[in-house]
Design a protein around this ligand. Structure first.
Ligand SMILES: [Zn+2]
Length: 102
């Protein structure tokens, strides 16, 4: 049986490896995860269909994205997130950003 102390130790090189998920595609957003991200203070959530990760962005990040993409965010943002095909976790850039509803 493992002790808690053992469970909490993760070699740095392993962390480096698991931080970059594979862009397998076909992931579907989980509304609960997106809502939790917003509840933590994010202005908007990004959901990557490539690797399935949800990331929160702040107002500054959102403004940058809007400037780059010309997306128009609706007044009611409660059920909207930004979907993308590839993100900075599974790829190198944010790709094919669009507004989606959950
Ligand atoms: Zn991704």
């Amino acid at each position: 049986m493992k002790s808690n102390e053992q469970d909490n130790k993760i070699p740095a090189e392993l962390l480096g490896r698991v931080r970059r998920p594979a862009a397998t595609g076909g992931h579907l957003p989980k509304p609960d995860t997106i809502k939790a991200t917003l509840a933590e203070g994010a202005t908007m959530a990004l959901f990557c269909h490539g690797c399935g990760f949800t990331q929160g962005i702040d107002q500054e990040g959102l403004e940058y994205i809007l400037e780059e993409t010309k997306l128009e965010i609706p007044v009611d943002q409660t059920e909207v997130y930004i979907g993308l095909d590839s993100c900075n976790l599974c790829g190198t850039d944010l790709e094919n950003l669009r507004l989606e509803k959950f």
